[in-house]
Structure formats: C-alpha cells, structure tokens
Write a protein that binds this ligand. Structure first.
Ligand code: 0RA
Length: 632
C-alpha cells in the first residue's frame, strides 16, 4: 500500500486489526464453528439479496485448497464512488467494519445472534479474498490480503448478467482448523432453503476426486419443512399453513399433528433459529391452545365443568415451523436467540387463531382426531401424576427412599458424585468391585428398559427400571423435573460394546432427552468407553479403544509376540481391569453427550425410537454415522 495513509485508511486498518486481534468477538471462536461462521456470513448477504427480491440462486463451493466461495445472481454490490469514504462502495463494504447496513435500506435484514457482523469480518480473517461483481454490463474485480486491499477495483471484462461472487481462503494464522464440513454446511443451507421458498441453494464440494453437489430448493417453503420433519411419522391430517404480512411483519406457519407423543416446534426470526423461543412462539402456543379449547367447547367435546385443555397436552405430537421476518428484530436471552419484539406475539396469535378456527370448521374429522388425542394426553398426564404421588408416599414410608439395587457412594456432594448405569447384575458386580466407593455409585439395570418414544408418560412410569433410575437420580421427571435435586453431577452410561449394549444406551439417552432434558443440556450425561482389546507382551499390557489404537500398539511388530484379547462385554474384565480402563478418573475416557443441533437430534430420536420400522433398520446400517451426529 502507499505510505501516505489518509485518515479513512487508518480507521480501516484499526477496524480490521480489532477483528484479527479478537476474532472471537465477531465470529464466536476460531475453531470449527467460527470457520463455518464465515460461510454463513457470506450466505446471509446473498440470502438478503434474495429476500429483497433480486437473487434467485445462491451457490456455495468448497475448493481443493480449502478456500470457499459464495455466488449469487442479485444486483451485484454497487461499485460507484462512496461520497464520504472516497472509495468504491464495494471497497467500503469489504474493508470497513459494519459498513453493510449503510446500503440497501428496506427489506428484512438477516441479522441476529452471531450473524450479521458484515462481510468485512470474513475479509479480515482470510489469507486472501477475491470479490467479483457483474453489473452495468461489466465484470469488476478486487483482491484483498488479510483484509487489506491488494488490488484496487478494476474492470476485467463484459457481462450482461448481474451478481456477486465472494471467494476467500480462511487464514491459517487465525483458525485452528481449515476443514469445512459438508454435513454442517448442508444442514444450514437446507434449512435456509426451507425458510426461503423457491430460493435455490447449491452446495458443491470439489475436494473429493469426484466432486459432490446438491441443490436445495423447496417451492413449498416451510410446508415442505414440516413434510420433511414428518416424513417418518404418521400425521393425523394434511398440513395446515398460513402466510401473511401484518404491520410490516411477515409471518409463516406450517403445522400438523402426528400420532407421536412429543412436540417438535421450531421457530425462526429472520432465518435465525430462535432456540430460546420468544414472542412469536408464545403467540403461536397461545393461539393453538385457544383454538383447540374453543372448538372442543363449541362442539361439546369439552364441558365447562371440565376446565380447559393445557397447552402441553395440546401440543403433544404436534410438528410445527413458525417463521417471522421483520425489520429491527430484538434478539435477547443467553444465546441471543429469543425474539423480544412484543407486538409479534399478538400478530402471530391473531393469524394462527384465525387459521385454526377456519381449519377446524372446514375439517371436523381432523378436528375431532386432534382433540381426542389431546384428551388422551390429558388423561395420561393425570394418571402419571397419581402414580407419582403414590410412589412418593411409598418412598416416604420406606425411609431413605433409595432403591435397594443402588450401590451408593459415601460422598454426599453431588458435584463430586458419579452414578454408573450398568447393564446387568453381573457387570454391576464387577463395577462394584472396581469403583471408588467414595465418589462412585453403581446402579445395575436389568435387561431392556422401556422404549419411551413409543409410550406415554403413565406407561413410562410403570416401568420398574425407569422408576428405580428416577429415584436414584433424585430429580423427579417430566413437568416436575428439578435439576437442583440431582444427586450425581456425572451420570455415566456403561454398557457392552455390542448391539444389545448400544440398544440399551440409546434407550437411556432417549429417556434423558425426552423426560430429563436439562440433564443433557447441562452436560451431565456421559458414555463410558470400555476398551475393545487387551494386548499383552510378556509382562507389558496395553489397552486399545479402537481398531486404530490396536494398529498403533502392534506397529510393525510380528503380532505373534503379542496376545490379543477381544472384549465383547464388561463382564469379561475383572474388577481391577474395569477400574483401570473405564472407571478411574485420570485413566478413563468419557464422552459427554451434547445436543448440538436440535433439529438433527430430534430426527435421530424419531428414526430410532418411533413407530416406523424402516428408519430403524436404516439406522443400524448407518450406526457409526448417526452416533457421530449426536456428538457423543
Ligand atoms: C446494496 C445495494 C445493492 C446491492 C447490494 C447491496 C448487494 C449486496 C450483496 C452482498 C452479497 N450479494 C449482494 N448483492 C447485492 C444494489 C443497489 C442498486 O443496484 O441499486
């Protein structure tokens, strides 16, 4: 660059320096998540241009060298001189922090949470970046290095098309990993395609020898989203949907009740998944409650003396997507994913209430099926409550109230206590011998626990293994779950490394996920990793936890020197071996369960545990992959 910086250029350098110094402030972190954030930033800009009504196609390409591009067929970023900055508008957008908003007033700006920090952040964190623009009959190009202009805007050719092409190589000096994941990107791009009806989003990966490409385009928008979510469930009626703009807020809702027992409601504001909910979700839930109760009373299915059906019972089995787009969204909450704009609540409420009233009047058979299901849910909840009260009284009579099968630890501090859930009495005995009695408690579970995805609360509660576990954990469950009463901060599932073991593990995870969700969200659930092989040579002993481990230990040696034992079950180890490999703090490996992506996790649990058999068969083939998706 020239050596006589202007005031503006010094400001630019300062801005970019701030981004490079504290990248986390702008993109969250510099690991996998931050790396993908760069792509989302560029894609959000392109989707904005689509929302404004100009772009129809967006294409994301990953190249062999780890660089990535996002191309759209919108108007193209303006190239004319920016009066204040005395630079071409595109250069302002690319190099000045938060400059994006200065252009293109009106429309719904996609911004919130970590999004919307501006493309200049992508530029600042890239080894190089190339911006190519087609507009006004010409092709223009600029090049940057670590955010600094390396090639001024120049005309490079002619074109009668318009659009913007952003191509960057994430900076290895900034990021811990440069590996973009197909799975992560396709999930978000698919979601964006659902949320923006008709927009075509292509993902292409040129890194494999055979490039991979997929196009996401849904002319049904969020109706297609609900169809997709319900693909493996049985719906009680055709999808109910509505789409309208009121007071400048664009509202889209699609919903269908299924014969399953859990709700699956996703809400979005300006294309951002509002995980913490907010006003749009509140309005939706209130409207559904009001409409169902109103119709049930009007048709005499519910008498005045019966009181009202509760929202929780009404949304049982409901799959829904609520998407709003508005100017100046207020994002609140811990992760800035809770919509705070109060007037959105009454707008969504009014629209959904109106639509449901109409649907129920037009489709009395469907209405009846929905209300009958709700009433069953209500009866089950009451039965569960009675059973719970009964078991509470019984516990009170039996003193400590802890199950007899539980081998408790001495320590009373939950923070330092661990509970091992072990498959079978014999492995339970081994674990008992190998534990640290101060901090480690053992609960042997016999055989298979009930599949909670297929059963209602009352039935779940009647299962002995589940009741024992709830009592041992101390928290209660479902509506009355209280994390503050948790007796062990680490709950460790320890099962055999075979098909039965993985089945039991999945059943336990489903139960925690459905009925004790905060345990999962707060990171209290773990999976123990017993070794697959024990390897001996003379007096030396190694453990291998994977095939790769085994290869590592054996190296190039002639395996005849080694004795290799394959462990199929926990019972094949003695107490000392189990302690040394799987239980002892310091030696053991635990995998913490984290639900990174709620949409994905929901689908996996439905696949695995739902009524339909085909998806479950498929899962068994895909087992390794699905487990990875759960981030075990
Ligand atoms: C502001 C004004 C105009 C286009 C854009 C922004 C624009 C930005 C991006 C970022 C990625 N793709 C984009 N496409 C367009 C156009 C103003 C005009 O032509 O009148």
């Amino acid at each position: 660059m020239s050596n006589n910086y202007t005031g503006e250029q010094i400001e630019v350098l300062k801005g970019l320096e701030a981004v490079r110094k504290r990248p986390g402030m702008y993109i969250g972190n510099t690991s996998e998540r931050g790396l993908h954030q760069l792509v989302y930033e560029a894609v959000d800009n392109a989707v904005d241009e689509a929302l404004a009504g100009y772009a129809k196609n967006v294409k994301v390409t990953i190249y062999k060298d780890g660089s990535c591009s996002v191309e759209d067929d919108g108007r193209g970023i303006p190239v004319d001189m920016h009066a204040e900055e005395k630079l071409p508008a595109v250069e302002v957008v690319m190099t000045i922090l938060h400059a994006g908003g200065k252009f293109g007033k009106g429309g719904y700006k996609v911004s919130g949470g970590l999004h919307g920090v501006g493309i200049s952040v992508v530029n600042a964190l890239s080894e190089w970046m190339i911006t190519r623009i087609k507009r006004d009959g010409s092709v223009y190009e600029m090049r940057f290095e670590r955010g600094i202009t390396a090639q001024k805007l120049k005309k490079t050719g002619k074109s009668d098309e318009t659009g913007t092409f952003q191509w960057w190589k994430p900076d290895a000096e900034v990021f811990e990993t440069l590996d973009l994941h197909w799975d992560i990107l396709q999930k978000r791009l698919r979601e964006l395609a659902f949320l923006n009806r008709g927009l075509s989003i292509t993902l292409r990966d040129e890194r494999p020898d055979e490039p991979r490409e997929r196009v996401y385009k849904f002319d049904g928008g969020i109706v297609s989203f609900v169809e997709w979510l319900n693909e493996k469930k049985d719906a009680l009626h055709p999808i109910i949907s509505t789409h309208a703009e009121r007071e400048g807020v664009d509202v889209e809702v699609a919903m269908a009740w299924t014969d399953t027992y859990s709700e699956q409601i996703f809400s979005y504001a300006n294309n951002i998944n509002t995980i913490e909910g907010g006003m749009h979700l509140q309005g939706f839930r209130q409207a559904v409650t009001q409409a169902v109760n109103g119709y049930a009373k009007k048709r005499g299915m519910l008498k005045e003396s019966d009181g009202s059906l509760s929202t929780d019972d009404i949304v049982e089995g409901l799959t829904a997507v609520v998407s709003v787009k508005l100017q100046e969204p207020q994002f609140e909450g811990q992760t800035k994913t809770k919509l705070g704009n109060a007037r959105v609540r009454s707008i969504v409420y009014g629209l959904v209430n109106e639509r449901l009233d109409f649907f129920f009047e037009e489709n009395p058979k469907s209405a009846r099926a929905i209300i009958e299901k709700t009433m069953q849910a209500q009866r089950a909840r009451e039965a569960a409550k009675k059973a719970r009260d009964l078991s509470r009284r019984k516990n009170a009579l039996e003193g400590s109230g802890l199950p007899g099968k539980l081998v408790d630890c001495k320590n009373n501090d939950p923070k330092e206590s661990e509970l091992f859930l072990v498959e079978g009495d014999s492995a339970g005995g081994t674990a008992k011998g190998g534990r640290d009695p101060n901090t480690q408690a053992i609960l042997p579970l016999r055989g298979k626990i009930l599949n909670v995805e297929k059963a209602r609360l009352d039935k779940v509660l009647s299962n002995e293994e589940i009741r024992t576990m709830i009592t041992a954990l101390g928290t209660g469950f479902g509506d009355e779950f209280d994390l503050g009463k948790l007796r062990y901060h680490k709950i460790i599932i320890m099962t055999d490394a075979d098909v039965d073991g993985s089945h039991i593990r999945t059943l336990l995870l489903t139960f925690f996920y459905r009925q004790m969700r905060p345990l999962v969200d707060e990171g209290h659930v773990f999976i123990a990793q017993p070794p697959l092989y024990g390897i001996k040579k003379g007096k030396k002993q190694w453990w291998a936890f994977s095939e790769a481990d085994l290869k590592n230990v054996l190296g190039d040696a002639d395996p005849k020197e080694f004795t290799i034992q394959q462990y199929k079950g926990l019972g094949e180890m003695d107490a000392e071996q189990l302690a040394e490999t799987t239980m002892e703090v310091g030696n053991r490996r635990l995998k913490r369960i984290a639900i990174e992506d709620v949409v994905e996790a929901e689908q996996i649990f439905v696949d695995l545990m739902g009524d339909k058999v085909e998806p479950r068969k498929q899962y068994i083939f895909d087992y390794a992959r699905s487990v990875k998706n759960l981030d075990l």
